[in-house]
Design a protein around this ligand. Sequence first.
Ligand code: XBP
Ligand code: MG
Length: 256
Amino acid sequence: MLDAIIFDVDGTLAETEDVHLAAFNDAFAAAGLPWRWDEARYERLLLVTGGKERIAHSLQDAGLPPLPPDAVAALHAAKTAQYGARVQAGRVALRPGVARLIAEARAAGVMLAIATTTSLPNVEALLTATLGAGSLGWFAAVGAGDMVAAKKPAPDIYDWVVRRLGVAPGRCVALEDSENGVRSAAAAGVPVVVTMSRWSGGHDFAGALAVVDGLGEPDAPCRVAVGRAPAGGMVDLGAVQGWLAASHVNDTFQQG
Ligand code: XBP
Ligand code: MG
């Protein structure tokens, strides 16, 4: 029933957006630009996925003239370098339970994949810094950033990952932290579980199999906002398989 777990990155694998925000502001300062995003503004800007798209949107939102696409790309490349330096310096840790679930899936032969809006160098930096140099190879498919034409909430990145995995979307479960992510996975036919992050406030997770505040650990059980509570307060492989099986039963009943 469960062939693969597809992980979102920012907010799901790790609470990274504070580091992204600092990297954006450092890139603006290094370019001599008088822009500084505070947390309240960044929370709104996070609704626009993709760093280049976010920069362009922030200019339009502030009534400022647009930058040429190559200037936005150069600014974003500087930001990505700033972000990577912070991650390599150990400034980001995996969220509780992430390493545990990845190890369980690997041991059980359940494929792992990544479907993210962030740039591929950021994924490589985060996995290397937290799971070690060879960990990128644990993922049968890594879909990131500009690999697809349309970013989340479009389904493109999940469609790409599912095609790469060579399985049916309904035999996967996506782990996400944002409304855009839930919409992207659902539009690709991939059942989705939400692990709320620091920046998930106010998001609409309609359609998710379950909504929890994290994957939990034995000494720190997760709290459940939607769906059946996982045994022992931890989102383990059994919990993911159980939510997926229940969703298929529901689908069968609904089809009559
Ligand atoms: C989150 C995003 C990304 C990051 C910044 O990605 O929308 O844009 O905020 O990374 P996800 P970039 O939750 O899908 O992992 O600047 O590289 O886009
Ligand atoms: Mg996310």
